[in-house]
Design a protein around this ligand. Structure first.
Ligand code: DOR
Ligand code: ZN
Length: 432
């Protein structure tokens, strides 16, 4: 029998400790601490002092398969996700070949199922080859076995306003979501770092905040016009928060995510010249980071998404201009959220459940993720030790790549166990 008893955990870090019996993939029973004995076949997780949360949902992951299996595979990325407390991830379409057709999205979906560590939902490209010229066959991907429900050209912006308008119109008809990588390419041509004093001093061409803000403003207007929903990837500037607040105030159906690195790191890191800090959108100024935190706490930014972006050593261990943008995120996301949002008093554990699990599940329309911790609900769970700490070592992470910007840092909170439909997928930093 596939039964697990979680003993003595605090649901959402609140109230009295409880025992939770998980059986047949659902939460079968909840009782006070000490009330549920371990049945003969039951596995017991001792969870005194631990926080029980719904499993995390990542709207923005790069798994690199097909095409760059030297940097990450669906299997290695799924392992990193499970160890990080995730039970569902959305795999971005900028693979090689691009996930712009039913064959590729079905491949990703099938490999995710075979691996079985986390639900892998392929994101479909909005335009053919991510080239921003012709719409991809969104309907075919949505109707495929993969059931694609999120579309994005992430890595690239759908810059042509007419194409974006059409994509939003189709998305409404299909009941799916378009997620925009907001970057007006005419304003970021040649850009290497956040446009500001630090980039200027070091001689890097700047990536201005307005390149993000102008696209977000435009797309909010287009979404209203099309009667569509819009999701904004990796928000990074104060001005974007202003635009989102304005759009939400008008009732425009826009949602937004922020990455852990934009909640913690600033362009002060440029001084190291280490390309591990190169990411798109770039690390911004202190005022932006502060605003990201407040906007996430207040709900102007809906959720956290990792933008987990594995890269090979040769694409990172090189001069800044030649390096690829992106950093690992799946295994460190919770700890960074705890460091920046919980330890600062901006979010409690209920808030963590909201931004890491409930909101992303709602935004993507996943009926069985981000559910309440109640009897009868699917047992997609993350069990967190809030007082433990750990030290990040890139080579020890489950990812094939090691490009973490947190190398050597001591971080708060450890994911003690992850359960996917009642099955333990990760335990104390290891699979299953
Ligand atoms: O830093 C980034 N890396 N930003 C993106 O938009 C794409 C991603 C990648 O694919 O490496
Ligand atoms: Zn992006």
């Amino acid at each position: 029998m596939n039964e697990v008893v979680i003993r003595g955990a605090l649901r959402y870090g609140e109230g009295d400790p409880v025992d939770v019996l998980v059986a047949d993939g659902v939460i079968a029973e909840i009782g006070e601490r000490g009330s549920l004995g371990a049945g003969d076949a039951a596995e017991v997780i001792e969870a005194d002092g631990m926080v029980l949360l719904p499993g995390f949902v990542d709207l923005h992951t790069h798994l690199r398969e097909p095409g760059r299996e030297d940097t990450e595979t669906i299997e290695s990325g799924s392992a990193a996700a499970a160890i990080g407390g995730y039970t569902a991830v959305f795999a971005m379409a900028n693979t090689d070949p691009v996930a712009d057709n039913a064959v590729v999205v079905e491949h990703v979906w099938r490999r995710g199922r075979e691996t079985g560590l986390v639900d892998v939902h392929p994101v479909g490209a909005v335009t053919v080859g991510l080239e921003g010229k012709r719409l991809a066959e969104m309907g075919t991907m949505a109707g495929s076995a993969a059931g694609v429900r999120v579309f994005s050209d992430d890595g690239h912006c759908v810059a042509d306003p007419l194409l974006m308008r059409r994509a939003l119109e189709y998305s409404t008809a299909l009941g799916v979501l378009v997620a925009q990588h907001a970057e007006e390419p005419r304003l970021t041509s040649g850009a290497q770092a956040h446009e500001g004093e630090r980039a200027a001093r070091l001689g890097y061409a700047g990536w201005p905040a307005s390149a993000e803000e102008s696209i977000v403003a435009r797309d909010c207007v287009l979404a209203r016009h099309a009667g569509a929903r819009l999701h904004v990837c990796h928000v990074s500037t104060t001005g974007t928060v202003d635009v989102l607040g304005w759009a939400k105030g008008l009732g425009i159906a826009v949602s937004a995510e922020v990455t852990p690195h934009h909640l913690l790191l600033t362009d002060e890191r440029l001084a190291s010249f280490d390309p591990v800090n190169k990411v798109n959108p770039p690390l911004r100024a202190e005022a932006d980071v502060e605003r990201m935190r407040v906007a996430l706490a207040e709900g102007v930014i809906d959720c956290v998404a990792t933008d987990h972006a594995p890269h090979a050593e040769q694409d990172k261990d090189c001069e800044w201009a030649a390096a690829r943008p992106g950093m690992l995120g799946l295994q460190t996301a919770l700890s960074i959220v705890v460091a920046t949002m919980v330890r600062t008093g901006l979010l409690d554990w209920r808030g963590v459940a909201r931004v890491m699990s409930e909101r992303p599940a709602e935004i993507a329309g996943l009926p069985d993720q981000g559910r309440p911790l109640e009897v009868g609900e699917p047992a997609n769970l993350a069990l967190v030790d809030p007082d433990a700490e750990w030290t990040v070592h890139g080579p020890e992470l489950a990812s094939i790549s090691a490009n973490t910007p947190y190398e050597g840092m001591r971080l708060p909170a450890v994911v003690s166990a992850t359960l996917l439909r009642g099955r333990i997928t990760a335990r104390e930093g290891k699979i299953g």
